[in-house]
Design a protein around this ligand. Structure first.
Ligand code: SF4
Ligand code: FES
Length: 590
């Protein structure tokens, strides 16, 4: 394998890689602004210039390359035997000059800038800049602009790296952004009357290395150094985009993409980025409810579980069947545990999969690019994260042909015929908005109904027992995306009030079914070790008598119980653990 030496470190590389790519892959730090792995290379910011020496093809002696002038490491391909310095006096002098030039018109408003704490200009200023400014003239001031539904432009912080412009040309294919003017009057802008409003628009906020493009939704919401990051998976569409949940003190503040070249590459859609709001909705179900004299009253879990199991058993006692509707918003582990519970109660139960919302058509960005092109990004019309996973689990448990689609399930409930042999139904929801239909509510009429859901909806009024479920941010589990890739995610924040993950609810119900006389309403803190795919530091309402939900353990159990589900033990990709950041300056305890 060819090798290159960067700042004294020998690195292997593949032919075609640039010096900067080799350095990044080997964690050798070279400053960079305009370079981004997912965009074309323009070599315009000039901070990555390095001094290169290469072997003379005739003599083999190491000599200055290209006459010894500084070269952009983001553009210069690596050559076997090359010796590169980004820390030589010449390279360092360039870094200082570039930093001084970039800061000439910068407002230096870090204390009020949202990017502060994750700003390349701030970091490089500290590492490669000068301590003082020699600029005494008036700075160019540019107005702040509202350039789209999600994006504010603070032009005077811009360093003209053009990442954002290239993104709209090369990835979204919508070209809303442009460079206007020349010299120190140069600025980023939209075309008159054409906001940046494509479905991927907010990726430019992540791309901007400084605080010039800011997220309206996150504006002044939280200082970034307070945020904790938990790797997760897109919870609302079939794409399985890899995301990171940024949260603090039990509240989600934003969602950012995680790189996965197989799935979402570097990007996410705006619908995934802003699709988490239901986690903190006022409409969340927060306590178990049971019907008493026709009206709902809040109750503890002991009563809710006892009543639920009594109602289901009553239906069986009346020679009726029971049914389970598993939502495609639930995880594989939850589908398995709910299926196990129903199977224990009634081996002939009817099992259906909840509605899979479809909105519009699949879209490929940029428009016209083939879906399998390495640069293409696909947005799925299917708005459920785990329809395939739920089907895989239930089919593995109950057999091919035993799982009903939503429409077939409604027919089994008697929709259209008015007759059904089903006497009781367990329904799960967990959709980000009202998902129920008149058909479902009507077909449940006269049947004992247990609803496990997260948001208020018309079915809540209809159900006999309501149990509050957990959103994706409050639990761990596995989703299977549209490409049949199984991906695990972790719990980011503690559960809201009395809510429980559907997996824990199923385990509790199994414990009650097994006759374990338990104080199920008791709240116990449960901190599971921080292994990937497992609860990071969460709390569940559980009981010493029911087993605590552990996603990794459930995956092992289902693979052992059903050989057809072996993929859950062998093929689940785990989120990479966040890299611990070490301060390179003295930290003072306050
Ligand atoms: S707005 Fe940000 S991403 Fe766009 S050119 Fe300026 S610094 Fe670069
Ligand atoms: S990163 Fe190389 S010139 Fe900008």
């Amino acid at each position: 394998m060819p090798t290159i030496t960067i700042n004294g470190r020998k690195c292997d590389f593949s032919p075609g890689q640039t010096i900067l790519q080799v350095a990044n892959a080997n964690t050798v730090e070279i400053p960079q602004y305009c370079y981004h792995e997912g965009l074309s290379i323009v070599a315009s910011c000039r901070i990555c210039l390095v001094e290169c020496h290469a072997p003379n093809p005739k003599t083999g002696a190491i000599e200055p390359f290209m006459g010894g002038k500084l070269l952009p490491s983001c553009q210069q391909t690596a050559m076997d035997g090359m010796v590169v310095y980004s820390d030589s006096p010449k390279a360092v002098a360039n870094q200082k000059s570039v930093m001084e030039y970039l800061l000439i018109n910068h407002p230096l408003d870090c204390p009020v800038c949202d990017q502060s704490g994750e700003c390349f200009l701030q970091d490089y200023s500290y590492e490669y800049g000068r301590g003082v400014s020699r600029f005494e003239e008036q700075k160019v001031k540019q107005p702040k602009k509202d350039i789209g539904p999600h994006v504010y432009l603070y032009s005077d912080r811009c360093i003209m790296c053009t990442r954002c412009v290239r993104f709209t040309r090369e990835v979204s294919g919508t070209s809303e952004l442009m460079v206007l003017g020349r010299g120190n009057k140069e600025e980023i802008d939209i075309f008159p009357g054409v906001p940046i409003a494509n479905e991927l628009s907010a990726n430019v906020i992540d791309l901007c290395p400084v605080g010039a493009l800011l997220d309206k939704d996150f504006l002044f919401a939280q200082r970034v150094w307070f945020l904790k990051e938990t790797p997760s998976i897109d919870p609302i569409t079939a794409s399985g985009d890899n995301i990171t949940i940024h949260h603090n003190e039990g509240k989600v503040y934003r969602i950012k993409p995680r790189i996965n070249m197989q799935v979402n590459k570097h990007w996410i859609t705006d619908e995934v980025r802003y699709g988490w709001k239901f986690v903190h909705s006022e409409d969340r179900l927060r306590s178990p409810l049971r019907k008493q004299f026709g009206v709902h009253v809040e109750c503890d879990y002991t009563k809710a579980y006892d009543d639920a199991i009594d109602g289901l058993r009553r239906a069986l006692g009346n020679y009726k069947r029971i049914a389970l509707l598993v939502s495609p918003m639930l995880t594989c582990e939850e589908a398995y545990l709910l299926g196990t519970f129903i199977r224990k109660l009634d081996p002939n139960a009817i099992i259906g999969i909840g509605p899979v919302p479809m909105i519009g058509q699949d879209k490929v960005f940029p428009a016209g690019m083939k879906e399998d092109h390495p640069k293409a990004f696909k947005m799925y019309a299917e708005k459920a994260p785990n329809a395939r996973g739920v089907k895989r689990i239930l089919t593995g448990m109950f057999g091919e042909g035993q799982i009903y689609s939503y429409d077939a399930f409604l027919r089994k409930l008697g929709l259209g015929t008015g007759s059904s042999d089903i006497g009781a139904v367990v329904v799960t929801g967990n959709y980000p908005k009202d998902w129920t239909s008149n058909d479902l509510v009507t077909s449940l009429s006269g049947k004992f109904t247990v609803l496990i859901d997260t948001l208020h909806n018309p079915l809540v009024d209809r159900a006999d027992i309501v149990i509050p479920g957990a959103t994706f941010a409050e639990k761990a589990g596995t989703f299977e995306n549209a490409k049949n890739i199984l991906q695990a995610f972790e719990q980011a924040i503690p559960l809201i009030e009395m809510a429980k993950s559907e997996g824990q609810i199923a385990l509790d119900l199994l414990a009650v079914l097994a006759g374990k006389d338990a104080p199920i309403d008791k709240q116990v803190s449960l901190v599971v070790e921080t292994t990937p795919g497992q609860v990071a530091a969460g709390f569940q309402i559980t009981t010493p008598y029911a087993e605590a939900f552990n996603a990794a353990k459930v995956r092992e159990q289902m693979a052992a119980a059903f050989p057809s589900l072996n993929a859950l033990a062998t093929n689940v990709s785990m989120p990479a653990l966040p890299v611990a950041q070490e301060a390179d300056m003295q930290v003072i305890d306050l």
